[in-house]
Structures are given as structure tokens and as C-alpha cells.
Design a protein around this ligand. Structure first.
Ligand code: PBG
Length: 315
């Protein structure tokens, strides 16, 4: 076996998995104001950006040849109903319009969820202390529609309400947007790895947790059912999230389904690499390559990663 490991030339020749910028998506957190660039404490190197600066980053992403950006919004105001999630002049809608004017060869993808916009921080409407499913669907569909009207090329529902892919598909179709694909966060686990994101987006639930709608980490078969349902409802791309602690789910999804598969290397995965690197305990660049390559090797076609920009520069 060692004959083909003798030099980097040989190793490259027989390499089975390759990272490419065209299959990477870069998440961006858009916040109110102008010329804002606030570093996220638990995600060094990642920022809350006002629209003007977010547009600059989108241009960089376009130049780097990355597939697209995934937009999250930090709203001007939060309320019980998450109104800014589906307002025509919400933060993400404004950002989409600004980016649409400034980039051409970059997919603008919007995260569809209520948690950044609700005062209670849950992904759906809350009644009697419970996160309601069906009454939330209409608002998610409205959010998706408002994003597409503002220029989104694709919408990505991350809320984990049952039936949201179908609700969004129907809404988009009925308004003439039948050509807009849905990338569904299908197997999204109730994970401790989202901690830093919640700091970035200010979306920590004010009571309880997300276990009544996101998946229970010990379950694998259930993830296949989630994916199957999303495909039946019209998902064009399905996603597993988080990535590194769920490589078995990625591999299983790859075996079981023929639709494009995305994996989200989430905030906690990023934070752990950054923290250990800063402490001098691991080789940063090497581990970033190893972790992202592993996600592809497991079967992901697409990686959503905070390292997308940096990796594109390196590849
Ligand atoms: C919103 C959402 C979350 C993430 C993506 N969309 C947070 C959550 O579900 O609590 C996490 C992304 C990350 O950790 O990088 N529902």
C-alpha cells in the first residue's frame, strides 16, 4: 500500500475526496446599522455585519468562487410573532436586495426560521408555553416568499416544524416562484454545538429548549424518515446538521437517497477548532482540512461552513 503514498504527487493522483469552492456555502450574519463589523466572541474571525459590509463579503465570496452565501438576520426588533422574519423591509430582505444589485455569480440563500426574530427565541409560535406547529407554517411560508421577492435564489428552512417544506413549496408555487429550490434542514438535531450561533444571532430560547422540534441526537433511523418526508414534500436539497458528530447520518443519507445532500459544519465545530488552535493544542490549518474533507468523504455533496472563504483562498 505504501507505493502510492511515497510522494505528494502520487497521493494527489489517487486522492478519493476533494474539496472545491463551488460546493461550499458561507453563512453571513446581517445586523442593523452601517459600517458595523462586530466580531462574534465565541466565533473569532466571524462577524455581525451591517448590510454595506455584508455586501462586501458577498463580493469576496463571489470572487473566491464559492457557491453561495447563507443569510441570517439579526432584526432591529423582536416580538412574539417574529414579525421581522416576514416583513418586506426586514433585515434579511433588505440585505438580499442590496446583494442582488452587487453580485451576479453567487447564490443568495436565505435561512428561513423565526427564532432570530421572536422575543421568546423559539423557532415557532408559542401558545400556552408550547411551540405550535401548524400555525407556524403560514409564517414560515410568508418569510420564504418575502425572501424570494427580495431576490433569494434558494430558501433554507431550519425551523423543524412538520410540514414546512410543503407549506413553503405551495406558497412559492402559487406566487409564480415554482423555479426556486428549497434546501431543507431535514435532519437537524437538538445540539449543543449551536451554542456560539445563538450568541451570534441572539436566538437563545428564553424558556425551555428546542427538543420538542429538533431531533434527539441518539436517533439515526428517524433522520431517514425526516429526510424521506422532506423529499416527498418537495425538498430539492436535504441537509444533515451538525456535521462532524453526525457523519454516520451523512453516510446513511447518502446511501439511502439520491437527492443532493448538504452538511452544516456548525458554530460549535468552528469554535472548538479555533479555541484549541489558539491554545496551541492543535494544528489549525491541518485540522480544518481534515474535518471538512471528512464531511465530504462521509457523503456530503455540499458543505455549509464558516471556513468557506478561507478554504476557497487556500484551494
Ligand atoms: C435557526 C438556526 C440555528 C442554526 C442555523 N439555523 C440555531 C438553532 O437551531 O438553535 C445553527 C447554526 C450554527 O450553529 O452554526 N434555527
Amino acid at each position: 500500500m505504501r507505493r502510492l503514498r511515497r510522494s505528494e504527487r502520487f497521493r494527489k493522483l489517487v486522492r478519493e475526496t476533494r474539496l472545491t469552492p463551488e460546493t461550499m456555502i458561507y453563512p453571513i450574519f446581517v445586523c442593523p446599522g452601517t459600517n458595523v463589523r462586530n466580531e462574534i466572541g465565541s466565533m473569532p474571525g466571524q462577524y455581525n455585519l451591517s448590510i454595506d459590509n455584508a455586501v462586501k463579503v458577498a463580493r469576496e465570496a463571489e470572487k473566491a468562487g464559492i457557491a453561495g452565501v447563507l443569510l441570517f438576520g439579526i432584526p432591529r426588533e423582536k416580538d412574539e410573532l417574529g414579525s421581522e422574519a416576514y416583513a418586506a423591509d426586514g433585515i434579511v430582505q433588505d440585505a438580499l436586495r442590496a446583494m442582488r444589485e452587487n453580485v451576479r455569480d453567487l447564490l443568495l440563500i436565505s435561512d428561513v426560521c423565526l427564532c432570530e426574530y421572536t422575543s421568546h427565541g423559539h423557532c415557532g409560535l408559542v401558545r400556552h408555553g408550547d411551540v405550535e406547529n401548524d400555525s407556524t407554517l403560514r409564517l414560515l411560508a410568508e418569510s420564504a416568499l418575502s425572501h424570494v421577492r427580495a431576490g433569494a435564489d434558494m430558501v433554507a428552512p431550519s425551523d423543524m416544524m412538520d410540514g414546512r417544506v410543503l407549506a413553503i413549496r405551495r406558497q412559492l408555487d402559487s406566487e409564480g416562484y415554482d423555479g426556486i429550490p428549497i434546501m431543507a434542514y431535514s435532519a437537524k438535531y437538538a445540539s449543543g454545538f449551536y451554542g456560539p450561533f445563538r450568541e451570534a444571532a441572539g436566538s437563545t430560547p428564553q424558556f425551555g429548549d428546542r427538543r420538542s422540534y429538533q431531533m434527539d441526537p441518539p436517533n439515526a433511523r428517524e433522520a431517514m424518515r425526516e429526510i424521506e418526508l422532506d423529499i416527498a414534500e418537495g425538498a430539492d436539497i436535504v441537509m444533515v446538521k451538525p456535521a462532524l458528530a453526525y457523519l454516520d447520518i451523512i453516510a446513511r443519507a447518502r446511501e439511502s437517497f439520491d437527492v443532493p445532500l448538504a452538511a452544516y459544519q456548525v458554530s460549535g465545530e468552528y469554535a472548538m477548532i479555533e479555541a484549541a488552535s489558539r491554545a496551541g493544542w492543535i494544528e489549525r490549518d491541518r485540522i480544518i482540512m481534515e474535518a471538512t474533507t471528512a464531511i465530504k468523504r462521509a457523503g456530503a455533496d455540499i458543505i455549509i461552513t464558516y471556513y468557506a472563504l478561507e478554504l476557497a483562498g487556500r484551494l
